[in-house]
Ligand binder design. Structure first.
Ligand code: MG
Length: 159
């Protein structure tokens, strides 16, 4: 059996006025958006870190430093595509994710997020799962100060 590897990723961004809310490459209509150097797509960032973790390639901050002007406002799906291009020896078996947000309602955007993430990774949407939950009003997600996302990725050596 070819070698399989697992990775996990976690990311948080603060919600702020005057920003677009981008999750899984979908711009979700909302009064506030996630603050960050790139488009601050916490879901896609968690997926990137899960893949980098599985491949043993460090983390998103090491690959795309937020001190570098070239990543300002970056489309995180493009970063995900770049990451996949740097691990050509691996096939992505599946990626599972959870977004923790008190609001807005994200379920209507699930399939689009799934398709976007899968498209950037070059895999069928069936290999990607996107889940949503709240923390019941507790903590920073519950207070809608920010949104958190986590991801797990399983990859295997090709051939
Ligand atoms: Mg991030």
């Amino acid at each position: 059996m070819s070698e399989i590897r697992i990775g996990q990723g976690y990311d948080v961004h603060r919600l702020a006025e005057g920003r677009r809310l981008v999750l899984g490459g979908v711009t979700v209509p909302h009064t506030r958006g996630l603050l960050g150097h790139s488009d601050a797509d916490a879901l896609t960032h968690a997926v990137i870190d899960a893949l980098l973790g599985a491949a043993g390639l460090g983390d998103i901050g090491g690959m795309f430093p937020d001190t570098e002007e070239q990543w300002r406002g970056a489309d995180s799906l493009a970063l995900l595509r770049t990451v996949c291009g740097r691990m050509p020896e691996y096939e992505i078996v599946n990626v599972d994710t959870t977004v923790v947000a008190q609001g807005p309602k994200l379920a209507p955007y699930r399939e689009e997020m799934r398709r976007n993430l899968a498209g950037a990774m070059g895999v069928p949407p069936e290999r990607v799962n996107v889940k949503f939950t709240t923390e019941e009003g507790l903590g920073f997600t519950g207070a809608a100060q920010g949104i958190a996302a986590s991801a797990a990725a399983l990859i295997r050596v090709k051939g």
